[in-house]
Ligand binder design. Structure first.
Ligand code: ARG
Length: 456
């Protein structure tokens, strides 16, 4: 018998059932659903709507339902529309009439909103740990390769020399902000809508605060109409996932380029690469390509839910059932991606020699301009003059270090013999000592700060 069958005479069309049922994807909410129901039975008992014995029966029955799901023995029946009806149906089979009292004053509308929050809070915890593990892998590699210098790029053109660790730590901070955003999302997910009923509130004087506290929520929703329709927390989570995904894809792209034979800055561990079925020499960066390629679906889930929510009238509408599949996929995908990304970083081989080969004196043109600035030449002028030196070296087919002093002095008399001392890659790196710069002292300080951030 359907839980809402009273006013109906006709059977639901079979296709309609297939179309409307959500059990095939929302069954994963079973723990949250059982947890919510156990707490709800407690709230009903507190106001005397069920007896202490009934509460115990319900609790024991619900625990049994959970055990069946845990063991994989739970049988989904044809009438089980969603996880809520399935749990209640089975509970009835297990405990009899008491099961019929559990739904008093409750609606699947406040129930599903509560379940989804409980479920997400749990998953946020796991994702938080995966993010930390990735940050640790980054930090470890940055520490292990502190001496290594590489060309830094802008517009993917060689720009200035930087420490490899400095590049890597840039991603540490992106993931740090992702971690902070995730914690913020958790705070707004910590709200309990249970007790909102279908939309109008609970008429039995339930103590919603005690109910929320039982479930580990920080607070209760302030408005029952909002409580059953609010999916902001899902949107926020999907936005978090999209941005974290964008960071992952950027890091993946850098590493794809650098592991190419043309760059050779890094080598990927064989555990994260695959071969070609046709070309025996190939070692393809599949892990990284997927970290880049999953962007479509993850960004898509965010725009998907925003589009579903746009223009929805209050309060619950069946459209809201569409909040789940994208959320679940984002959770599953990100969890796997973060673990794979940590593995790729952890096992990454760094080739300092190849990086060094890519470092030429052209990367020091800015240092040349800075030198003139120290002699009193305004930067706009010195930038132009250093550009002339680059051009002159190009004309003569030499690099900046090989350009005669006479050539420099012809460009500007402020150039002196010191230019050759400053045309040094290592010196250029070590000159950038300001906080956040690439000098080894600054990068070491950055790494120390990173350890502090990881521990809080
Ligand atoms: N399966 C539904 C969902 O996920 C549960 C809520 C159904 N509520 C209702 N009034 N039909 O949204």
């Amino acid at each position: 018998m359907k839980m809402w069958g009273g006013r109906f005479q006709a059977e639901t069309d079979a296709l309609m059932r297939e179309f409307g049922d959500s059990i095939r994807f929302d069954r994963r909410l079973y723990r949250a659903d059982v947890q919510g129901s156990i707490a709800y039975a407690g709230a009903l008992a507190r106001v005397g709507l069920i007896s202490a014995e009934e509460r115990e029966e319900l609790t024991a029955g619900l625990e049994q339902v959970q055990a069946e799901f845990d063991a994989g023995t739970f049988q989904i029946e044809p009438g089980d529309e969603d996880i809520h009806t399935a749990v209640e149906r089975r509970l009835g089979e297990l405990v009899g009439p008491a099961a019929g009292r559990l739904h008093t004053g409750r609606s699947r509308n406040d129930q599903v909103a509560t379940d989804l929050r409980l479920y997400l809070l749990d998953e946020i915890n796991s994702l938080h740990k995966e993010l930390v593990a990735l940050q640790e892998a980054i930090l470890q590699q940055a520490e292990n390769h502190l001496g290594v210098v590489m060309p830094g790029y802008t517009h993917l053109q060689p720009a200035q020399p930087i420490l490899f660790s400095h590049w890597l730590m840039a991603y540490f901070w992106k993931f740090q902000r992702d971690r902070e955003r995730l914690a913020n999302t958790a705070r707004r997910t910590q709200v309990c809508p249970l007790g909102s009923g279908a939309l109008a509130g609970n008429p039995f004087g339930l103590d919603r605060r005690a109910l929320a506290a039982d479930l580990g929520f920080d607070r209760v929703s302030e408005n029952s109409v909002d409580g059953v329709s609010d999916r902001d927390f899902v949107v926020e989570f999907l936005a978090w996932a999209a941005l974290t995904q964008v960071h992952l894809s950027g890091m993946a792209e850098d590493l794809i380029l650098w592991s190419s034979r043309e760059f050779g800055f890094v080598e990927l561990d064989e555990r994260y690469t695959t071969g070609s079925s046709l070309m025996p020499q190939k070692k393809n960066p599949d892990a990284l390509e997927l970290l880049r390629g999953k962007s479509g679906r993850i960004v898509g889930h965010l725009t998907g839910l925003l589009t579903t929510l746009k223009g929805l009238p209050l309060a619950y509408n069946k459209d809201l059932q569409e909040d789940k599949e994208g959320l679940f996929d984002s959770i599953d995908t990100l969890k796997l991606e973060l673990a794979v990304a940590a593995g790729v970083v952890r096992t990454l081989q760094v080739n300092p020699d190849r990086m060094e080969t890519a470092l030429d004196a052209g990367l020091l043109a800015t240092d040349l301009a800075d030198h003139l600035v120290r002699q009193g030449v305004p930067f706009r002028e010195s930038h132009h003059l250093a550009g002339l030196a680059v051009r002159r070296a190009e004309e003569l087919g030499c690099d900046l270090r090989e350009l005669d002093l006479a050539e420099y002095r012809a460009i500007h008399p402020a150039f002196d013999g010191e230019v050759y001392a400053l045309l040094d890659i290592r010196r250029s790196v070590e000159a950038r000592v300001s906080e956040g710069g690439t000098a080894s002292t600054a990068v070491k300080a950055q790494i120390e700060q990173a350890y502090v951030n990881l521990s809080i």
